[in-house]
Design a protein around this ligand. Structure first.
Ligand SMILES: Cc1cc2nc3c(=O)[nH]c(=O)nc-3n(C[C@H](O)[C@H](O)[C@H](O)COP(=O)(O)OP(=O)(O)OC[C@H]3O[C@@H](n4cnc5c(N)ncnc54)[C@H](O)[C@@H]3O)c2cc1C
Length: 417
């Protein structure tokens, strides 16, 4: 069914009892041209672009739980392309361009809201970094605006303007950035891929790989039996190291936890996405009124999808420093996701040393915004057995070659990125 004002009106007259299921729930076939492991945003979008851009429709997405149960359904939904390096801006900017037309393309409202992302700075060092990054963005054709103190306070009136320790000096704004509804992105891509013939198979955990005598991928072992595959594409985020290890590949990636927080609903008071870099805090307000915010990683490796209390305290302290007038707002929910941190903070979107096995992972805490663009490039890589120019820098050999994509200069320490 095509979603439209007419179909909405028709369903309203029937008491909304006649909506068909958004996608099928097929049994796995014996053989697919491409099997994608992971039913998050990246896996589902890769399936969609394989079918739409490359005509490869005999595709299955295998998800061990339910689609969107990983980080795509757990993140704080910031979408931006305010990056520093020439190697990373084109990919993220392409992704942002796809976001701008995504609801229309998928015929599904992903609630993409271009309310801007404002990085507020409080020290001279932070201002230097913001100016440098803003110039890099402008030179790559990306929108970037430097705001002075007054302009920041007008945009974010709740910021503590009298904070002696962290005075507001200004901000770097990307006006086209913003956020989107994470579940809608999952369901929109799932529905659109399903309509092109892709099988989405939930409750199907991949437990091993099958290779022929030459080492080429021929299929996967799953909790629902063997499934043959011409090619296998992995997009499992926090489980990247575990899944790739099943294929005999030990990756430079660590799994860390990242927490997110939502307050009770309050009247509109934060109408952009604001970051408080010195306190490692970022905040936006959902359309339902909840304040959505988060901080830094928990600080130790784990595959558990729950966070620890010191980070709750840390984030609450940063909130009080940044927006003290919100001190009596109550926290409603909080949760954690398992993020796949690489040695330089940048992803892998590439072929692997195993023929027929491809990898999209290592997104750290930045992969939601990248879903359209990275999946578009990943589908290109799987279909053509070669990278697109936007994802060419994100290969596994970059450390051996001395070409890390390290925007923060954090060095080979995953938890520093
Ligand atoms: C708290 C938090 C806040 C974040 N905020 C932002 C943000 O504001 N902006 C941003 O851009 N990014 C953000 N991120 C990062 C972003 O959410 C992720 O990078 C992105 O969602 C990764 O998408 P994915 O499809 O690769 O992974 P996921 O959505 O995690 O999907 C992977 C799927 O693989 C499945 N899987 C794993 N192992 C197997 C197996 N063996 N067999 C079958 N299936 C398997 C999992 O069940 C999961 O559903 C945040 C992350 C967290 C945790």
């Amino acid at each position: 069914m095509q979603y439209s004002i007419t179909s909405l009106a028709k369903q309203a007259l029937r008491g909304h009892q006649g909506w068909p299921e958004a996608f099928r729930h097929p049994e796995p076939q014996k053989q697919y041209d491409v099997v994608i492991i992971g039913g998050g945003g990246h896996g589902l979008a890769t399936a969609y672009y394989l079918a739409k851009n490359h005509g490869i429709t005999n595709v299955a997405v295998l998800e061990k739980g339910w689609i969107g149960s990983g980080n795509t359904g757990r993140n704080t939904t910031i979408v931006r392309s305010n990056y520093l390096l020439n190697s990373e801006i084109p990919l993220l900017e392409w992704s942002l361009k796809l976001w701008e037309g995504l609801s229309a393309e998928l015929n599904y409202n992903v609630m993409f809201s271009q309310r801007g992302v404002l990085d507020i700075f409080h020290t001279d060092g932070q201002r230097d970094e913001a100016v440098r990054r803003g110039n890099a963005m402008i030179m790559n054709g990306v929108d970037a605006v430097m705001l002075n103190r007054q302009q920041v306070l007008e945009m974010m009136p709740l910021v503590d303007e009298n904070n002696g320790r962290f005075p507001v000096l200004g901000g770097l704004l990307q006006p086209r950035a913003g956020n989107a509804r994470h579940d809608a992105v999952v369901w929109g891509y799932a529905r659109a891929a399903d309509r092109l013939g892709v099988d989405i198979i939930q409750n199907c955990e991949v437990t091993g790989f099958e290779r022929d005598a030459d080492g080429r991928m021929t299929g996967v072992e799953t909790s629902r039996g063997r499934i043959g595959a011409g090619k296998v594409a992995v997009a499992v985020a926090g489980h990247t190291s575990q899944v790739m290890q099943m294929a005999g590949i030990r990756l430079p990636v660590e799994s860390h936890k990242l927490q997110a927080f939502v307050s009770e609903a309050v009247k509109p008071c934060v109408d952009t996405v604001a970051t408080f870099g010195v306190g490692h805090l970022y905040i936006s307000q959902s359309d339902k009124g909840g304040l959505v915010f988060g901080g830094m990683l928990d600080g130790y490796n784990s595959f558990a999808q729950r966070g620890n209390l010191p980070i709750v305290e840390d984030v609450a302290e940063a909130m009080m420093m940044f927006l003290p007038s919100l001190g009596r707002v109550r926290l409603l929910r909080h949760w954690a996701g398992v993020v796949d941190m690489t040695m330089d903070g940048s992803p892998y979107i590439c072929k692997t040393p195993v023929e027929g096995l491809y990898l999209n992972g290592g997104w750290n805490y930045t992969g939601f915004k990248a879903i359209p663009g990275a999946a578009w490039c990943f589908a290109h890589t799987v279909a053509n057995d070669a990278p697109h120019k936007f994802n060419a820098p994100f290969h596994l050999d970059r450390f051996a070659e001395g070409r890390p994509v390290d925007a923060t200069g954090g060095g080979p320490f995953p938890n520093h990125h």
